[in-house]
Design a binder for this molecule. Structure first.
Ligand code: 5GP
Ligand code: ZN
Length: 112
C-alpha cells in the first residue's frame, strides 16, 4: 500500500473536499488555505514526486491539468486573476512529495 498522503486522498482512504476531476487529475481544497480559494490539482497516478521529474512525455497530462485549473477558476468566478504554484523541494516549501499544483485566487487586492 502506498504511504503517500495524496495517493490516499485519490484512493478515497483519506477524505478531502473535492472540487472537480478529470480522467487523470483530482482537484481538492487545501486543508490549510492561504487564499480565499486554494485548490490543489494532483495527477491521480503518482507520476512524479515533484515538477523536477517532469518530461516532455508529461505534456498531455499537464495540459489536462491546466485546462481543469482554468475551469475551476471560472467556476469560482476568479475573473480578476488567479495563480498556479508548484513547490519543488523542502527549501521551496514542498511538504508532500506527490506532484501537485496550488491554484489560488479570490483576493480583494492585487498580490505582490
Ligand atoms: P506543498 O507544501 O507540498 O507545496 O503543498 C502541500 C499542501 O497540502 C499544503 O498546502 C497543505 O496545507 C496541504 N495538505 C496537507 N495535508 C493535507 C490533507 O490531509 N488534506 C488536504 N486537503 N490538504 C493537505
Ligand atoms: Zn502519491
Amino acid at each position: 500500500m502506498s504511504d503517500c498522503l495524496f495517493c490516499k486522498i485519490v484512493e478515497g482512504e483519506i477524505p478531502a473536499r473535492v472540487e472537480a476531476e478529470t480522467e487523470h487529475i483530482l482537484a481538492f481544497h487545501d486543508i490549510n488555505p492561504v487564499a480565499p480559494v486554494h485548490v490543489l490539482l494532483v495527477p491521480k497516478q503518482h507520476v512524479a514526486d515533484s515538477a523536477a521529474e517532469l518530461t516532455a512525455e508529461d505534456g498531455p497530462l499537464l495540459g489536462e491539468l491546466f485546462e481543469l485549473a482554468a475551469r475551476i477558476a471560472a467556476a469560482n468566478e476568479l475573473d480578476e486573476g488567479w495563480r498556479v504554484v508548484t513547490n519543488v523541494g523542502p527549501a521551496a516549501g514542498q511538504t508532500i512529495f506527490h506532484l501537485h499544483f496550488h491554484l489560488m485566487g479570490g483576493w480583494e487586492a492585487p498580490q505582490p
